[in-house]
Design a protein around this ligand. Structure first.
Ligand code: DGT
Length: 149
């Protein structure tokens, strides 16, 4: 199967009306949207998603932020989508993110950095299973041969 990644627009991105802009950037790049839902998660779910960070001093604040409103959970597919998705997103701290990246263009504070993207194929598979237990959608783009040689 083609590589997939899990992308989440965080509550600040939803509140600030950045959903369309962010989806547009992934679409225009040539990645395929294979899952999409607007969902407000509860504390145990958010803690599970960020379980690797549970020892960090900012963990509670991070969980509070993620459960503070609806997020847009997505699965995107394409060659190299995990690493390239991270490039589209930009560095974790938005003041260090390059202009032209999502965080570089739309965020300032690390605790309000608008979007999440899986950091490896392994965590992508884990996160997709957590957020989309029903599985991603199955469809093929008719533009495929205009994007891939
Ligand atoms: P992501 O995509 O949200 O998982 O962010 P990453 O992978 O760029 O960064 P990661 O996994 O190290 O941290 C997850 C989130 O935790 C990050 O988006 C913002 C928050 N965070 C990370 N480091 C700090 C920090 O030093 N202070 C605060 N307040 N938040 C942090």
């Amino acid at each position: 199967m083609a590589e997939q990644t899990f992308i989440m627009i965080k509550p600040d991105g939803v509140q600030r009306g950045l959903v369309g802009e962010i989806i547009s950037r992934f679409e225009k790049k040539g990645f395929y949207l294979k899952g999409l839902k607007l969902i407000t998660v509860d504390r145990p779910f958010a803690e599970k998603h960020y379980s690797d960070l549970s020892a960090k001093p900012f963990f509670n604040g991070l969980v509070e932020y993620i459960i503070s409103g609806p997020v847009v959970a997505m699965v995107w597919e394409g060659k190299g989508v995990v690493a390239t998705g991270r490039k589209l997103i930009g560095a974790t701290n938005p003041l260090a993110s390059e202009p032209g990246t999502i965080r570089g263009d739309f965020a300032i504070d690390i605790g309000r950095n608008v979007i999440h993207g899986s950091d490896s194929v392994e965590s992508a598979n884990k996160e997709i299973a957590l957020w989309f237990p029903e599985g991603p959608a199955n469809w093929q783009s008719s533009l495929h041969s205009w994007i891939y040689e």
